[in-house]
Design a protein around this ligand. Structure first.
Ligand code: GLC
Length: 408
């Protein structure tokens, strides 16, 4: 198995070079995936090889950040002759990849009756201009984790969370941790704060409304916590750094995706049995909001083996494989029926509540130029968190750049 992973890492590099990574014969399909910490993806590939020895799947474990993996795919598509027949996509990539013509429509292979078995938000995120490009593999929605042994009850408002975080921090324990590094995860965390204040980035007509007072309020709250209710180092955190801090007892509260809960329950986890998971806090009189995340499979327009690619996509998104990925990696299923599965419920008693959050989760701006919108947000949110810009400046600058990008 180790040697196989080594080969994959090399093929990941070769695959980025034009003309390399071509099949030397036989049916080989490749895709890029996040680091497979729980081993669930590797086991799915093993199962697939047993079931379909005629097809070889090469799984390239890319960097942890979604932005970097997106660049790997984009680089390959732009070079032409992409080595990736299968495209494992974040929800926010679909508009760009589809509008660039990089994906094959899946409407015939994945028709509406088949889609009905999946959570509606995840299906919708795979549709661009009326065509379906993505089969949902795992769902996601941001949540608030809290230490049941430290706080008597979970906070409900931003004010309560900030106050509790300050109260519970000690010399070796921070209050609140989240994804504060300059990357996509920061946008996801900020949107929950923004929506929870009643604000938004774009309105229903696509106009930029980020610079309304709620936007400044939201960023003032988040940036105000850094170095106080949140450790200063949070500005370097992605998901796994936040999880490690919380799991090792170095934080009282955490914003993260639901996968972290599975990790917290593993034997040897210092916080096992001491963790609650609830919807993100909100401003008084406003509602909680969760950012919709999640991953799914598309097929490249130039795939050399589209049928083999589909065989794999169908296999990997089947109930048994989603269950495996849930048990091993904490991935949230996208098939509705799995939220009533006895085994899944026994290990995850909070899933009925999580399902409600998933069904209400809000998408990030759905736009073909989303990655540029996100980058403008990332730059200025991060500048505010490290105190290079005031929250007012950061929101003003980000809004003006986003107006330039969306043209409204
Ligand atoms: C998770 C989400 C994904 C999001 C990413 C940000 O992987 O599923 O949608 O973009 O986190 O870091």
């Amino acid at each position: 198995m180790r040697a196989w992973i080594g080969t994959i890492a090399v093929s990941a590099v070769l695959a980025l070079l034009p003309g390399c990574g071509k099949d030397s014969g036989g049916t080989v399909i490749r895709f890029v995936v996040q680091p497979d910490a729980g081993g669930g993806f590797r086991e799915i590939v093993d199962r697939f090889h047993n079931a379909h020895p005629e097809i070889r799947v090469e799984m390239v474990e890319g960097p942890a950040s979604t932005d970097s993996r997106e660049e790997m795919y984009i680089g390959a598509f732009m070079a032409g002759d992409s080595p990736y027949d299968v495209v494992l996509m974040d929800v926010v990539w679909v508009p760009k990849f589809a509008s660039q013509g990089w994906l094959a429509p899946l409407d015939d292979r994945f028709p509406e009756p088949a889609r009905a078995a999946f959570l509606p938000g995840d299906v919708k995120a795979g549709i661009w201009e009326g065509k379906c490009y993505r089969v949902p593999l795992r769902s996601d929605a941001g949540m608030l984790y809290w230490r049941t042994d430290l706080a008597g009850k979970p906070p409900e408002t931003f004010e309560e969370l900030a106050a509790k975080a300050r109260e519970l921090k000690t010399a070796d324990r921070g209050g609140f941790v989240f994804q504060g590094r300059q990357y996509e995860g920061l946008v996801c965390a900020f949107l929950e704060v923004l929506w929870g204040h009643g604000g938004d980035v774009l309105d229903g007509q696509g106009n930029v409304v980020l610079d309304r007072p709620e936007g400044v309020e939201a960023l003032r709250w988040l940036a105000g916590l850094v170095g106080d209710g949140a450790p200063a180092g949070v500005t370097t955190y992605q998901e796994e750094e936040a999880r490690a801090a919380f799991q090792e007892g170095r934080a009282a509260f955490m914003r993260n995706w639901p996968y972290a809960w599975t990790k917290m329950q593993e034997d040897g986890s210092p916080v096992k049995g001491k963790v609650g998971i609830v919807p993100m806090v909100h401003a008084p009189g406003k509602a909680s909001a969760a950012t919709l995340g999640g991953w799914g499979f598309g097929i490249s327009k130039t795939a050399k083996h589209p049928d083999a690619a589909w065989t794999f996509v169908e296999f990997a998104t089947a109930p048994e494989q989603q269950k495996l990925l849930n048990a091993k990696n904490g991935a949230i299923p996208t098939r509705r029926a799995l939220f009533e599965d006895a085994e899944i419920l026994a290990a995850n008693p909070h899933y009925p509540d999580l399902l409600k959050v998933l069904l209400a989760a809000r998408p990030r701006p759905v736009h073909a130029r989303y990655s540029q919108i996100s980058q403008a947000l990332q730059r200025h949110l991060s500048a505010a968190l490290v105190k290079k810009e005031t929250p007012e400046e950061a929101i003003r600058q980000a809004s003006s750049e986003i107006r330039g990008i969306v043209g409204k």
